[in-house]
Design a protein around this ligand. Structure first.
Ligand code: HAM
Length: 420
């Protein structure tokens, strides 16, 4: 081992498990690419104010968990704790919203950083695949995103996840509710921290997991009863469209999210096999975020699915993905001359698009055949001096054990025929 270890709350993705991460990213992005979402990539760090204004000064994510730094040039930067603010910033900066066709639909995949208390499923460096649909207020867009996330999880074989759905109202009705909620909370027996939270961000108190708090929340005013007519109608339409697609969800009156930019539709995907870190993904509408970061009014909606937790959910359900083995053909050469010739053949196979590998390190036949077995290759090409003198190699089917001589010049065709 080296003197160094991966920092606390982080881990390395190593083969073979790392292949599952790639497959999960692929599975989540496939339905998005198929639905008009274009790929976007933004820097890993941004002006720290983008996040404090966008995600919210009073959120845990900004106030406790953000990695911040001052550069030698005096810039105040934050490692991105989430993707939405950055993607919207990039769309505005690139004037994508002025090109005429709204919504601008974007998807992304990358690393995010939160200085959290590390535990199973909760890391300081984690990975998300996300989608943002910018610049349209249309319940079908909210429904589209929920349906696509459901499709992504199902395509992976996940079954034990649930979709929680709520509406957080808008700038008309939420302030009225907020006041009613604060009045209620002020009458409870809460510790000082929670009382302070009730003043700054009262909705977060609904999310408090402690029994002592939940017990007192019986009869708490619910946003559902305060929604204005426009928000109510909007939410009903989202619900109807999602249901019509055959996607099952649960209404969750107390669902609040850990980021301040949400309005109206909010949702979370939870998996029941993950213990306390059960959210495998989440998102919602953020109609005011663009203005909060200095842009024009651009009502938008999006989600991000956690890749790490999705992999944990697959493992919890015992789902093994059908991953294509990386190597189709493994070449085993015995003797110097055979090495040179077979190495050339491997190059030729690779250039023809066949996944091929070679026994490196000058091992003997036994060691090389072990490598061939370990590689998972369906075919082995074996050659020694005697074969080459006859202008042939041995092509071995690793599943059946059958072996036959093939002329060197016919190897590519023979391999293609066997793999077809
Ligand atoms: P979020 O709920 O903070 O939302 O994160 C989305 C997902 O990222 C979570 O459900 C979880 O699976 C994963 N995740 C978050 N933090 C961690 C962590 N410390 N360790 C492992 N996984 C984690 C957002 O980030 C919003 N930007 C989603 C969004 C997009 N809303 C609108 N558009």
């Amino acid at each position: 081992m080296s003197t160094f270890k991966a920092p606390k709350g982080t881990y390395d993705l190593l083969p073979p498990r790392s292949a599952t991460f790639l497959a999960v990213r692929e599975a989540i992005s496939t339905p998005l690419r198929n639905s008009g979402y274009g790929y976007v990539e933004t820097p890993g760090f941004e002006d720290v104010k983008l996040f404090s204004r966008g995600v919210g000064e009073s959120t845990d994510i900004v106030s406790k968990e953000m990695y911040t730094l001052t550069t030698k040039g005096g810039e105040e930067l934050g490692l991105r704790p989430e993707g939405t603010a950055s993607v919207l910033r990039a769309a505005l900066q690139g004037n994508l919203h002025k090109l005429g066709n709204l919504p601008v639909k974007l998807w992304y995949s990358g690393s995010y950083y939160r200085y959290e208390r590390a535990q199973a499923g909760r890391y300081r460096h984690f990975s998300q695949v996300g989608a943002e649909a910018i610049g349209a207020e249309d319940p079908a867009l909210d429904a589209e995103l929920i349906i696509l996330a459901d499709q992504a999880y199902r395509s992976l074989g996940l079954r034990n996840f649930r979709i929680l759905l709520n509406s957080l109202g808008d700038k008309e009705c939420r302030p009225v509710y907020r006041e009613a909620l604060q009045d209620f909370l002020r009458g409870l027996d809460l510790d000082e921290d929670t009382l302070r939270r009730a003043e700054i961000n009262p909705l977060r108190v609904l999310d408090d997991k402690r029994e002592s708090v939940q017990k007192q929340l019986v009869g708490v005013p619910l946003l559902r009863d305060y929604l204005c007519d426009a928000c109510k109608a909007y939410h009903e339409e989202v619900r109807a469209l999602v249901s019509a697609a055959g996607v099952v969800f649960e209404d969750d009156d107390k669902l609040v999210r850990g980021l301040d930019y949400y309005t109206r539709t909010t949702f979370e995907f939870v998996h029941d096999g993950l213990g306390s870190q059960s959210a495998v993904g989440g998102g919602g509408r953020y109609d005011g975020l663009s203005e909060m970061i200095g842009g024009p009014a651009l009502p938008s909606v999006g989600w991000a699915l956690g890749v790490d937790r999705t992999v944990l959910a697959l493992e919890a359900e015992g789902v093994a993905l059908d991953l294509p083995t990386a190597t189709s053909v493994f070449a085993v050469a015995i003797g110097e001359e055979a090495r040179r010739i077979l190495f050339g053949k491997v190059t030729e196979l690779r250039r023809a698009g066949v996944a091929a590998d070679f026994s490196f390190g000058g091992k003997g036949l036994k060691g090389s055949m072990k490598d061939a077995n370990r590689s998972g290759a369906r075919l082995a090409v074996v050659a020694g001096e005697r074969d080459l003198a006859e202008g042939v190699v041995q092509l071995k089917n690793m599943e059946t054990g059958e072996q036959r001589a093939v002329a060197l010049d016919d190897l590519l065709d023979a391999v293609r025929a066997e793999l077809a």
